[in-house]
Design a protein. Structure first.
Length: 237
């Protein structure tokens, strides 16, 4: 039995190093498979400019991208600047987006957001996390998508779906999306972040579905955990 504290520290350090190496190995497998499956990737939300991208991401909360695109295809040809939405007014915005979940709350956020953009930013979308996250209806995930897809800034937006997959694939044990984002940024080089978060979303929708794969049937799950037999339970954020 080892009683020496120094020896225990060395053993703990080696154990931690082994775990990190295991995560890195899994990350390399996942990155290789995703690049092979999705060598090129399209942004799922359709937009006309950075402002309409911001609006679409805001609308996508608790709603599918398909539904958002179906609604906004009739909006963006005419209304694509903050001043356009201000002229519409909140009630008209509600009518335009009524097919989207919690549309009244979102319409209120959009109207207030547009007022702030016109007053404080000359109708432009700000280019920092701090400024974006101060806008009504804009959280960290929405800000990350805008920074990534709108401005090309290296970001790793993490939603509940990416959080679920990152747990299944052994990339995080985080209990929330903030910790999962930190873990994914640690494991993957920054140059892959913008493309990778979309690849994970597409793969989850097509192959590693919440109620189909359960962590034991898709190619990534079987490659990372070839001996896993039981469905894995993931922690909701």
């Amino acid at each position: 039995m080892v009683n020496d504290k120094k020896t225990w520290s060395l053993l703990d350090a080696r154990s931690y190093e082994f775990q990190i190496m295991t995560e890195i190995q899994r990350a390399k497998i996942i990155l290789k498979h995703l690049n092979k499956t999705y060598p090129s990737i399209k942004v799922p939300l359709k937009s006309r400019n950075v402002f309409t991208l911001l609006i679409s991401v805001l609308l996508s909360a608790q709603c599918t991208d398909v539904n958002v695109n179906n609604v906004t295809k009739n909006i963006y040809p005419k209304y694509y600047k903050p001043r356009h939405f201000l002229k519409l007014g909140r009630k008209k915005i509600e009518r335009l987006i009524k097919k989207i979940g919690i549309f009244r709350i979102k319409a209120k956020s959009i109207y207030k957001l547009c007022g702030i953009l016109e007053k404080n930013y000359d109708g432009k979308v700000p280019k920092t996390y701090e400024e974006l996250e101060q806008l009504p209806g804009v959280g960290h995930k929405t800000a990350s998508v805008v920074m990534s897809q709108g401005f090309g800034y290296p970001a790793f937006p993490v939603d509940t779906h990416i959080h679920r997959l990152a747990q299944r694939w052994g990339l995080t044990s985080g209990k929330n999306v903030i910790q999962t984002e930190k873990d994914l940024k640690r494991l993957f080089p920054k140059k892959y972040w913008n493309k990778l978060h979309l690849q994970i979303i597409y793969y989850g929708r097509e192959y590693c579905k919440a109620r189909a794969c359960y962590g034991i049937s898709c190619k990534i799950c079987t490659s990372c955990y070839p001996h896993r037999k039981k469905p894995i339970k993931t922690k909701k954020p």
